[in-house]
Write a new protein. Structure first.
Length: 134
């Protein structure tokens, strides 16, 4: 029912600690709630929780998804790179760039600009990380 959906949404919106991350990721990865998936994807960037343990998963989801979900994953990755800068290593960013470039031919054309922007974000992260280490 609509009321049940609203109640479930409210519970998730009020979650403020990282114990919520695993259930949210489980729902997204298993596409458990079909048309409600957009709501759960938005939680990844909207709750501002630390999803960095799932950085590689978000890269994979970005690559394999159509534009709309990919935009949510892009936004989550962008927040990780800003808010949890030190938790994403140079190695992780380099691997992500290599993975994206390796799959570039299979990435949906509607995501081309977003994909280029994601690569630029990752490259910028590496440069910032390197300059902080000196």
């Amino acid at each position: 029912s609509d009321e049940l959906k609203r109640n479930i949404r409210q519970i998730f919106l009020e979650l403020k600690d990282n114990t919520a991350i695993a259930p949210i990721m489980n729902i997204i990865q298993n596409k458990t709630f079909g048309d409600e998936n957009a709501f759960f994807r938005s939680l990844c960037w909207g709750l501002k929780l630390d999803f960095t343990d799932y950085f590689n998963t978000f890269i994979d989801l970005f690559i394999s998804s159509p534009f709309e979900p990919a935009f949510d994953y892009f936004t989550t990755i962008e927040i990780m790179l800003q808010d949890y800068f030190d938790k994403i290593s140079i190695e992780s960013s380099n691997k992500a760039i290599d993975k994206i470039k390796g799959k570039i031919s299979s990435i949906d054309a509607s995501k081309k600009d977003l994909t280029v922007e994601l690569i630029h974000l990752l490259q910028h992260h590496i440069k910032q990380f390197e300059s902080n280490e000196q």
